[in-house]
Design a protein around this ligand. Sequence first.
Ligand code: TPP
Ligand code: MG
Length: 567
Amino acid sequence: MTTDHEGIALLAGIMAEHGVRHIVISPGSRNAPVILAFARHPHIEALSVIDERSAAFFALGMAQQLKNPVALACTSGTAALNYAPAIAEAYYQKIPLLVLTADRPREWTDQGDGQTIRQKGLYAQYIRAGFELPQELHTPDDHWYAGRIINEAIHRTMHPVCGPVHINMPLTEPLYGTTADPPRGRVIRTSATTTSVEQNDLVWLTERWISARKKLLLAGMMYPDQRLNRLLSHIAMDQDTIILTETTSNLHDERFLPCIDRVVSTIREEEAERFRPELLVTFGGPVISKMAKSFLRKHPPQQHWHIDPTDLHLDTSQHLTQNIPVNPAVFFSQLDTGTVSDNAHEQSFSAVWRNRHEIASENHRYFLESCDYSDLKVFEAIIHAIPEDHRVQLGNSTPVRYAQLFGWPGRNACFSNRGTSGIDGTVSTAAGAARVSGEPTVLITGDLGFLYDSNALMSHHLAPHLKIIVINNSGGGIFRFIPGPDQTGLLEPFFETHHGWRMEHLAINFGVPYRYACNLREVKDHLAELFQPEKSVPGILEIKTPAAKNAELLRDYFKKLTEKKSE
Ligand SMILES: Cc1ncc(C[n+]2csc(CCOP(=O)(O)OP(=O)(O)O)c2C)c(N)n1
Ligand SMILES: [Mg+2]
């Protein structure tokens, strides 16, 4: 039995045909036909999540790991507005979401009826496409039209670029009718295509690549990509080329330079020319390292190529000269990099960066050895405790930045909501990711990020292998470090929003095992416990750190990184 609302029954049938396997539904009455169509669907798993903001981030985390559209459905009114933060994140992180909002009949908009707002075009700025299902399917043309837009909507979640697509669905009463004989929709398939660089352009790019003596490649957020990793490992042998990798680029090779801030923070003005690239090539998603971005804007390359199959011109250096809208692995497999000049001479461009990386890494190790208990010291312990089979979700604010200061001993796949860098969906995203990745998942989040999204725990779908580490530094610790807030006299109340709250009772309330640590010994003991493989329940580890000391130590850390031992 399914709903007797034909448009919704059609939707469920066509989604199943297109391989959509998951839908996250929030409670309501107007969306009852959706609940009836999906709750017992033979091919689509329906999960119920109460808070729509959290439900949307949960679906985002699922789609992020599945690389396949995940649907979400809610009732009418502000419920639909609560999807907006995750939809904006999915838009910029290019994650396929099929957003289904039930709505009141059109004629009731602005008539003072409950839960009735203007939903058509609600997310216009942050969707790949938007559609509205006909209220009723009376004629064959209504069926044809409904079927056609459903197929197109699913297609647009993945083509030409992945992202969120909205279908608004005005529904008339009665809402709870069912039928055993729903209409069947026509399925429109789409052929997979690949884009590559035209021959003439390739020749032109290859000539400039080979003639550039100082090439800097900067890799932003990306899914793990073995083919690209192999291509770049070869290119990294070239002495004229250096490859800087962000933690979320998921690229690994001993020739790549991770920990970008560790190196860039040590470059003095008078020596910047030696580190300035002639050719900058960026690829992947948004770059986290503020230091790298400001260095490249202050010491811009002659040429900047950005490689990304989207229609956005990411001009990170403000000196973009070439947009290359193809998949990075396709580009680097086409590019003939010529003979790799690996004659390691001291003044080669890559040697300049490598030598500095070595000095900074030595200073990093030296500093950490005697570093007091703090966010920095705690992060070191966390990174060394995470088993290699764990996928890592990094909270915004300092967690994703501390991660960049440490080379990851393992090749853990790392993810973070850097599409819009909000702290409003971190826990729900990690919970959704853990639900479908099939691999253990650990989230490292700040305390405000955790508190903001603690509704993620208000769910019956927390995966047993989800581990949540909350670094509680009593507020927004980042505001104690960045220049500005401490000059205002308003740091604690309005920037850091200092608090004395603990996470314990939230964990107890939602039945999630909880641990607390406030010194290094306890941190290491609880981390070892948290990652015991036989642990088959989700777990939270709250780590208390000293707010004021954290920022002092981090400033001191960057000062000591620069100290010249020898060069
Ligand atoms: C939705 C949203 N609101 C506000 C901000 C601004 N903001 C950036 S970092 C931050 C503090 C985060 O605190 P916490 O999660 O404890 O991380 P910490 O800075 O302590 O590492 C805030 C409020 C944001 N990024 N997203
Ligand atoms: Mg904090």
